[in-house]
Write a protein that binds this ligand. Structure first.
Ligand code: NDP
Length: 495
């Protein structure tokens, strides 16, 4: 097992001074504190970033507002699509550099960084680029009575809302940033991204590539900082919309702050406690392979990952035996090692939180596999599966956002809607069965924004994604995003 060699441009980039990216160039805020970026595989600092101060945030909003009224407003829909496509090309051309940077900051395996943070980001960019020329209103014939021979017609226009603030978590900081950037830019908005302070570097580099792709200065700005920086951005009256992805408690406070600021529009993509239901006739090999792949990828730090699995009592021994066997084969180690499947947790906070869940698992359940930390530098823990004792165990209700799946047997399939919906959250769920009729009857009863059948965590740019209940407000992707990034204007004409 050995690590890949870091590119020289990655080493140089890490050694440089970092801050924010405003109006087409890097800026080092004058009074913001400097914060270390820590490599979770070693727990050592690898770079330093100056956080945005109030003046920097105000400058970012002013820059985005002027670009919205000026350069970007004058850019045709076709041209907007061309620039987004060029950015996709440039990200692919710089794939290895971006992937290495992201792996160093987040602990994500280098394969995942290449395939998702860069590869899928390019796919999303190209999908959204296609929308630029397809956003349209409708024509309507009003029913007003004509008193003197006059006629009426009406039409609607989708007009960009203006400056969007995109607040992004650390788990897929590039790809989730791109979801917000692409949705904003294709509808004609300008955007300011606030990455997580844990993963601040790669989007800075993407912003630089966007200028190379032909994006006018100010159309995409990046401000680095912590929660206070995000709150200052939300409070700025120049921000017309906030698009937030992150945890449920922070999402609530973001929503309240946006309302208080200026009734600012807000979309919230929040956490989940996603259920998987294995029916009596389940194909166990298919289900175990799918759940192990999607439950432990990126160390389980995926919002839609399955965290609680309900298994028909007749199949539970077989399922747990196969899950345990699959977890034993997972290779753990440096995310820069191409032979490794499972790296460190992303932050010290995540590590502490998982230690707490392991303790809870020992008290409340029976550990099928894992439940230990690794004796090495960095934030390494084992992929863990637990057999829970009761449906109300905390393990089946609190989002772990880590590599721990809780399993619970059930006896009758009529219990499944109650078990699955017994959560304050409703992001995603999956049903595993060979009987499509049973699946189709179950789907309408499940309170989740996405339901997968015989698969889990597949996000496609054409398929809307978002949460029910406490998992959020609004939908990304498909055509669903258009209403969130545009104002609908009605025009009525008498002739
Ligand atoms: P957080 O809510 O802690 O942070 C998300 C972003 O908000 C970060 O940029 C963070 O900055 C910022 N932030 C922190 N405090 C505040 C505040 N008071 N006001 C405004 N912004 C703030 O979430 P995590 O980064 O820990 O991400 C994990 C969570 O995100 C999980 O619950 C996961 O389920 C959810 N998620 C949801 C997805 C979805 O599409 N539904 C996708 C991915 C993740 P900083 O990090 O610098 O503190």
């Amino acid at each position: 097992m050995s690590e890949i060699a870091l590119l020289s441009q990655v080493r140089e980039y890490l050694a440089a001074q970092h801050g924010s990216f405003i109006h087409g160039r890097y800026q080092l805020p004058e009074t913001g504190g400097t914060v270390a970026v820590v490599n979770p595989a070693t727990a050592q600092p690898i770079a330093h970033v100056r956080h945005a101060d109030d003046a920097t945030i105000a400058a970012a909003v002013a820059s985005s507002a002027s670009a919205f009224r000026g350069a970007w407003a004058d850019t045709s829909p076709y041209q907007r699509g061309v620039v987004l496509n060029r950015l996709a090309d440039l990200m692919e051309a710089h794939s290895e550099e971006l992937a290495q940077l992201e792996t160093l900051c987040s602990g994500k395996s280098i394969h995942l960084s290449r395939a998702f943070e860069v590869g899928q980001s390019a796919v999303f960019l190209r999908y959204f680029a296609g929308w630029a020329t397809k956003i349209r209103g409708e024509t309507i014939t009003p029913s007003f009575p004509s008193t003197a021979g006059e006629r009426y017609t009406a039409f609607t226009r989708h007009e960009p809302v203006g400056v969007v603030a995109g607040i992004v978590p650390w788990n897929f900081s590039v790809m989730i940033g791109i979801w917000k950037i692409a949705a904003a830019l294709t509808t004609g908005c300008t955007v300011i991204i606030k990455p997580s302070e844990s993963t601040p570097l790669t989007l800075l580099r993407v912003a630089e590539l966007a200028i190379e792709a032909g994006l006018p200065p100010g159309v995409l700005n990046v401000v680095n900082g912590d929660g206070a920086c995000a709150q200052a951005l939300i409070a700025d009256p120049g921000v017309a919309k906030v698009s937030f992805t992150g945890s449920v408690p922070t999402g609530r406070s973001v929503g309240q702050a946006a309302m208080a600021a200026n009734l600012t529009r807000v979309t919230l993509e929040l956490g989940g406690k996603n259920a998987a239901a294995l029916l009596r006739d389940v194909d166990v090999d298919l289900a175990v392979a799918g759940l192990v792949q999607t439950g432990y990828v990126h160390q389980g730090q995926v919002c839609a990952a399955p965290e609680r699995v309900y298994v028909h009592r007749s199949r539970v021994d077989e399922v747990l035996t196969k899950v345990g066997a699959a977890l034993r084969t997972i290779t753990i180690g440096s995310p820069l090692d191409e032979s490794v499947q499972f790296g460190p947790l992303a932050t010290a906070g995540q590590f502490e939180k998982m230690c707490g869940f392991f303790e809870l698992a020992r008290q409340q359940g029976e550990i099928v596999h894992g439940g230990e930390i690794l004796d090495r530098p960095g934030y390494f823990v084992q992929p863990t599966a637990v057999l829970a004792k009761r449906a109300d165990d905390r393990l089946l209700h609190e989002e772990t956002f880590g590599p721990l799946i809780g399993f619970l047997p059930y006896g009758d399939e009529d219990e499944l809607p109650g078990l699955i919906n017994d959560s304050a959250l409703g992001l995603a769920a999956s049903v595993w069965t060979n009987d499509l009729s049973r699946a189709m009857r179950l789907i309408p009863q499940i309170e989740a924004g996405t339901v997968w059948v015989n698969m889990h965590t597949f996000l496609d740019p054409a398929v809307p994604f978002g949460g029910m209940k406490g998992s959020g407000v609004g939908r990304e992707f498909g055509s669903a995003f258009i209403d969130d990034y545009t104002e609908l204007k009605s025009v009525m004409i008498r002739f």
